[in-house]
Design a protein. Structure first.
Length: 427
RNA sequence: GGAGAAAUACCCAAGUGGUUGAAGGGGUCGGUCUUGAAAACCGAUAGGUGAUGCAAGUCGCGCUGGGGUUCAAAUCCCCAUUUCUCCGCCA
């Protein structure tokens, strides 16, 4: 939610900022409603004030034995007079709210406008691996090593699903354990949230109302719930409608959940295997900070996410996203993208974003500023740390050997009972 | 899933139609006492948000949320949500 005061003060600037996000909007209607709202509000409040004063005089009048029916009539009259204005006011407020609820976050000033094509790689770490033998892609490797069963995934669930088997399941779990161990070491609090969330949570995170159809809704439960598309949705709602104490900030959380997404339908050849599915595993970090500290927190999250990839020994790059490519609720995003040799491109494994006060406004997540005693909105930030569904293929492909085996990254070995090499299974 | 009960300020809690922004206690803050602290005692403090104003202030909304009854609602009615208890079912 954008602060309506920003729009009141400088609608043109807001309009231009949103345009960078490829969001064309006309704010003149909104400002008109807003002005009308204020007029009607004054009328209604003045009426209520008179009603209240009159009503409050009743007990005293009764005590004095005065005739009270005149007061009753008068209050009733005022009430009838403001009734219509009250209804118009409510209608305006709904319109204003609904309009604001759909607007995306304002991107940071330093971002380029436009979409993906304007993303900038800001650093590349490691070398592109080169191979002196014919490359296998991750689907072939995962199958020959007995790590993933795509056929049976299709059989028991349908397209866009797979089954981790045997050492594949262990590799997946080792990744998650490695992530968890790192976050714990950094003092983040481990959260295991519910996967089925209510409508309000989706609204606060900024997914709704605009992208209500992008998540899976469940039947048979009232009110309806949806499967979380990322643990961020749960984590940024933890302190909804709360006023935190300044000493509580920053709050640093991480959660492991599967993520459920509908996008899997949009298959492309380069997205076969587990690059894009209906469900994938992800560890997500979320921070709540004071506004002046969110830039620092953002750097920390990028560093942490990046470090996880680096320690695995994978070749990757970091991109600063253009305004139009960052998600609806976010003001700034850096992607960490790991190299997938078989398709020769870099795929996102982590998206680190600063949402500033956009989600906090929606969820009324505030803190009390010690100095002024006033409440202020927190900033919320999130970063994957990490999603396994691209790391897993990257490990298989980048660390494959001529004999068809795959080297297990050193940092994962302790979580895999010391297994150093994944070897092809005999048929 | 069935049956009941409850939801009041930072916490506990009183309050069943009329000066209730809401008793009392705890807490917090300040003070007295004390070498210091504790205890005791004294005093202060009641959230949030909107309108208006340079400000002090004034006014609106607020007792889980939404609707209703009434001249007037924390109090009565309806709906929802959450929590608790009992029964059923179950990893």
């Amino acid at each position: 939610m954008i602060d309506i005061n920003l729009i009141r003060e400088n609608p043109q600037k807001v309009k231009e900022a949103l345009a960078k996000k490829l969001w064309e909007t006309d704010l003149t209607e909104l400002l008109k409603w807003d002005a009308e709202r204020k007029e009607k509000l004054k009328i209604v409040e003045a009426g209520k004030a008179r009603q209240n004063t009159l009503s409050a005089s009743v007990p005293q009048a009764k005590k004095n034995g005065e005739d009270v029916t005149k007061i009753f009539a008068e209050v009733k009259k005022i009430s009838a007079e403001i009734k219509q204005t009250e209804e118009e006011l409510a209608a305006l407020e709904t319109k204003i709210h609904d309009f604001l609820a759909e607007l995306p976050n304002i991107p940071d000033d330093d971002l380029l406008g436009g979409g993906k094509e304007n993303n900038k790689v800001i650093r590349v770490i490691g070398e592109k691996p080169s191979f002196s033998f014919p490359l296998k892609d991750h689907v072939e490797l995962a199958t020959s090593l007995g790590l993933v069963d795509y056929e049976r995934g299709g059989k028991i669930a349908g397209r866009g699903s797979w089954v981790y088997t045997n050492l594949g399941a262990r590799l997946e779990w080792a990744l998650l354990n490695y992530f968890i161990a790192e976050h714990l070491a950094d003092g983040y609090e481990f959260i295991l949230p519910p996967h089925l969330l209510n409508e309000e949570s989706g609204y606060v995170a900024g997914q709704f109302p605009k992208f209500r159809e992008d998540v899976f809704w469940l039947d048979g439960l009232e009110p309806k719930r949806f499967l979380l598309p990322t643990a961020e949705t749960a984590l940024v709602n933890l302190h909804r409608n709360e006023i935190l104490s300044e000493d509580d900030l920053p709050r640093k959380y991480f959660a492991y959940t599967p993520c459920y997404r509908r996008e899997a339908g949009s298959y492309r050849t380069e997205e076969r295997g587990m690059i894009r599915g209906y469900q994938f595993d992800k560890v997500e970090m979320v921070q709540y900070t004071k506004p002046e500290e969110s830039d620092k927190a953002f750097e920390e999250l990028v560093f942490k996410a990046e470090n996880l990839v680096k320690k695995l020994g994978l070749h990757y790059q970091v991109s600063k996203l253009a305004a139009g490519d960052i998600s609806h609720a976010m003001a700034r995003t850096y992607d960490i993208e790991v190299y997938i040799p078989s398709i020769g491109i870099y795929k996102e494994v982590s998206s680190a974003s600063n949402g500033r006060d956009y989600q906090a406004r929606r969820g009324m997540v505030r803190y009390r500023d010690k100095e002024s005693g006033k409440t202020k909105f927190v900033h919320t930030l999130n970063a994957s740390g990490l999603a396994t569904s691209r790391i897993f293929p990257a490990i298989l492909e980048q660390f494959q050997q001529e004999d068809g085996s795959v080297l297990v990254p050193e940092v994962l070995q302790p979580f895999m009972g010391g297994i150093k090499v994944l070897k092809p299974i005999k048929k």
